[in-house]
Ligand binder design. Structure first.
Ligand code: OAD
Ligand code: ZN
Length: 250
């Protein structure tokens, strides 16, 4: 079947890279962004604009940090995260690039996933660039112990969850690593992303332009389908474990 064919190509690849989005984590109980009932149905994206944060950091921490904490906190990786970590452990996958800020690839055991939108598991200082574990800050929000933006323990600067907000520059280190991995890959597996924002929208093109076999696993159609050799409009928790199993079989 098609999974076996995709697995055979994966076995033969020199450098395989996975690229994931929010669809990877819906089975862990985290809503995606753009499906019905998704995060942008429940929240106004403009409330997550960097200018909104800068204008009113206290309000952001009082009202919106809870949403970030909800996405980040208390969820377990599912069989799709496990399958990618397993493929990597077995030597078939070189790296995972993700748009997700939930940290679940890391929790599943993927080695140093490239988090191009940052991670909700840390807070970052806007002045000195120090980073800290976010959990105590989220807990303070939950407990009502914080009534504004917390200050950096090092320099007293302003702390912000270490996730990329709208209007904000993406961290260049991860972005450049993602581009290099994509260019150098010869097998590029897109999973659980609508590919509707940059650079997600163009990474699969970059992969295809530079000679990768493109594989798409996503419930709905994406702009990358046209150039993909394998397209599975199915659940990632069905396809990725099967792909891992068949790839590891031989
Ligand atoms: P989206 O919500 O745009 O897309 C998720 C895709 O996953 C949709 O096309 C769903 O059909 C699909 N999907 C959901 N559950 C699935 C499942 N179990 N199996 C297979 N497919 C499934 O999320 P992203 O593409 O990740 O930015 O969105 C990209 C960025 O937009 C996010 O990182 C976020 C948002 O604004 C930031 O947080 C900076
Ligand atoms: Zn600081």
């Amino acid at each position: 079947d098609r999974v076996s064919e995709a697995a055979a190509r994966l076995r033969a690849a020199d450098s395989a890279v996975a690229f994931t989005g929010a669809g990877l984590s819906t089975a862990s109980g985290i809503p995606d962004f753009r499906s019905d009932g998704g995060i942008w149905d429940r929240y106004d994206p403009m409330d997550f604009h960097i200018r909104r944060f800068e204008r009113d950091p206290d309000g952001f921490w009082r009202d919106r940090a809870a949403m970030v904490a909800e996405v980040y906190d208390g969820h377990e990786p599912n069989s799709a995260h496990d399958a990618l970590a397993g493929l990597e452990a077995d030597g078939y996958l070189d790296a995972t690039i993700t748009q997700n800020v939930d940290g679940l690839h890391r929790d599943a055991g993927s080695d140093d996933p490239v988090e191009i939108h940052g991670t909700g598991s840390r807070v970052a200082c806007r002045s000195c660039e120090a980073r800290f574990d976010a959990e105590p800050y989220y807990e303070a929000v939950r407990e009502g112990d914080i009534d504004g933006a917390p200050a950096c323990p090092t320099c007293d600067g302003l702390l912000k969850p270490d996730v990329v907000l709208f209007g904000e520059q993406m961290p260049l280190g991860p972005l450049n690593r993602a581009r290099t991995l994509t260019r150098e890959s010869d097998y590029f597996l897109v999973a659980g992303s609508s590919l509707s924002v940059e650079p997600a929208a163009s990474l699969p093109d970059l992969a295809a332009d530079t000679g990768s076999t493109l594989v798409v696993v996503n419930l709905e159609a994406t702009r990358a389908d046209e150039r993909a050799e394998f397209v599975f409009h199915q659940d990632v928790t069905d396809v990725l474990p099967a792909l891992h199993e068949v790839t590891a079989e031989v």
